[in-house]
Design a protein around this ligand. Structure first.
Ligand code: NAP
Length: 251
């Protein structure tokens, strides 16, 4: 029996693949046989490290720079990938930022920058890959939402709104693209050990640790295995879903 978690010959684009969860996803997809394009915004060195890690697993990867929050840059970047690789089979909308603070202290720019990267970015990328996936009559799109998009979180109004928006985007797009054999799903990680959560105050980390039934934060590799499943043929009847990976923090 063939291992359907193998994705040999598939072309994947991972936005924000240079660090954290995106890096682990890039390595998992490359290890499973895909050619992985590792997108980044500012950290070229980290993106090249991800490429090297992908290659160490015997996989194929290349770095590509563009800001997901700039429509024209996304179109140009994705056209380049399609020209070089002949198409894109898997899009992982992973790039994300957060500007946290109490709502009364937030500036217009905190809101708009978060929306631009987290929500506009996913829309621009999905729109840019949709045509090539529709032509191929197959495709996998995975949107990186967050547990807080489901349950809310004080001090994170723009971030939470962007992540909740991604859930709506996922469901509408799943309905629109289903007839072409393209699945679209969102995943909602809880607290995962990355640069993003390292920035949390120690007190907040400890408080969350007490509330997580499994008693620990998750690892980027654990998230990457879920994404690999959703990117593979194993998940062929799953679309428009919001899949939690949170150690039981939200049920
Ligand atoms: P991270 O360690 O801060 O990494 C963020 C990644 O996004 C980096 O690769 C960064 O690229 C890239 N990026 C940021 N802005 C970008 C832009 N405008 N265009 C292209 N790439 C951009 O974050 P993480 O913790 O791995 O999180 C990854 C995703 O998971 C995010 O969407 C986050 O909201 C979500 N998430 C994380 C957690 C968690 O606990 N960590 C929980 C739920 C959801 P550079 O290296 O070039 O800066």
């Amino acid at each position: 029996m063939t291992n359907q978690l193998r994705i040999e010959g598939r072309v994947a684009l991972v936005t924000g693949g240079s660090r954290g969860i995106g890096r682990a996803i890039s390595v998992a997809l490359a290890q499973a046989g895909a050619t992985v394009w590792v997108n980044y915004q500012s950290n070229a060195g980290a993106a090249e490290e991800t490429v090297a890690l992908c290659e160490q697993t015997g996989g194929k990867a290349r770095a590509i720079h563009f800001n997901v929050g700039e429509s024209a840059a996304v179109d140009a970047g994705i056209s380049h990938v399609i020209e070089e690789s002949g198409g894109i089979d898997i899009l992982i909308n992973n790039a994300g930022i957060s500007h946290d603070g109490l709502v009364i202290r937030l500036k217009d720019e905190d809101w708009s920058r978060t929306m631009r990267v987290n929500l506009d970015g996913a829309f621009y990328c999905a729109r840019a890959v949709a045509k090539t996936m529709m032509k191929a009559r197959r495709g996998r799109i995975v949107n990186m939402s967050s547990i807080v998009g489901e349950m809310g979180n004080p001090g994170q109004v723009p971030y939470v709104a962007s992540k909740a928006g991604l859930i709506g985007l996922t469901k509408a797009l799943a309905k629109e693209l289903a007839s072409r054999g393209i699945t679209v799903n969102a995943i909602t990680p809880g607290f995962i050990d990355t640069d993003m959560t390292a920035a949390l105050p120690e007190k907040v980390r400890e408080q969350y640790l007490q509330e997580i039934p499994l008693g620990r934060f998750g690892s980027p590799d654990e998230v990457a295995q879920l994404v690999l499943f959703l990117a593979s043929d194993m998940s062929s009847y799953i679309t428009g879903q919001v899949v939690g990976i949170n150690g039981g923090l939200y049920m």
